[in-house]
Design a protein. Sequence first.
Length: 432
Amino acid sequence: MQSSIGGHQERSGVRWRIFAIIGLLTVINLADRTTLSVGMPTLARELDLSPTMQGLILSSFFWTYALLQVPGGYLIDRLGPSRVITASTLLWGVFQTAAAFATGGLSLLLTRLGLGAAEAPLFPAGGKLNALWLSGRERGRGAVLMDSGSYLGAGLGGGAIAWLIFTFDSWRIAFAVAGLVTIGAGLLAWWYLHDDPARHPSVSAAELEHIRAPVPGIASAVPPGTPIDPRAVAPVMAGRFGWAMMNFGLITWGPSYLAQARGFDLKQMGGAMVVIFLCGFLGSLAAGFGADALQRRGLSRTVVLKSMLGLSGLGVLSAFLLLPTIADPVAAVALLSCTTFLLCFGSLYWSFPALLAPADRIGVVGGLMNMAGSVGGIAVPIVVGAIIQATGSYTTALHFFAGCAALYVAGTLLVPLARGDVQARAARAVRA
């Protein structure tokens, strides 16, 4: 603990440094996932991969990622998020490096399976740290500081991988560099992350008091020991599934869309990906900081979150319907950038586990939510690949994404965020 000076103790900012590291890990997390999407046009020619095989490989990451979400959430609740994050990061760095040595579609698929398994616990662990380290007034910002890194990773990571491939004329070197950077980030997590703010050597008493102070009307309404109510969690899973179909559709097939449907070369594609996902990063931050600010002004949590997420879904739905009618490539990138800005309001979903689950089950609920998103990640590369192969164009795929946006809106509106709704559902679940 830091000592006080003259009876007054400054509030330390360790909690925000914790989330800066989590944000960095999510940047690297998505950058590592995106390496294959960005490198696919190049390595598909070298390894002679069909569009269907490309879709399977892009999807394979999510097979193990989805399968291990709930087991990962269980480990997080039992072992603590910091240990799980450290082990996860080091292991996925190993698999990312191994991908550089792939000799064909099968070996590449196997490295993606390993990558998915290793990355599975990161976001549920971040959701658990949100509840352990942040005041109820700060959890919107905590959710987006964690999740916004994924869009920065998809944008800057995509641009960096494209630059490495172009500079070295080798996707293998690009993959190896990404893996080694990840291993270094895992060592940083091992050094600084802690589960209990009271045990962190740099946390002041003032910061600890701030973290633990109750916030009426904003802190979680679910008392310890309350069982998880499927009727509360199911809408979150449905909304997250719809959101993930769009999000991972952009990440996995976005580079190919720009290259094939809009005629971008590798450098242009990399630059466009940076712009598109940088807008997503900004949208995520705007959502979190905006939600916390609106709640501080007296608006209810339910109204704020559902309004912002509903606006997000309706705006994205409209954009996907409009995109096929735009002929100019620059205008298409501008619309995709606005679409991604609104889509990334979905980062607010990572505030839901702490609101819907008791403290000892937050990891499991986060795992269930992320599992639903991962199933969307499994399905969307295959579905879009099949649509493109059957139709020869991206128009039907974009209309499919509009349908996913409708599911995202419907699921969000059904989430029982109001304190009374949650308590009533929990009480009914106990009686049942």
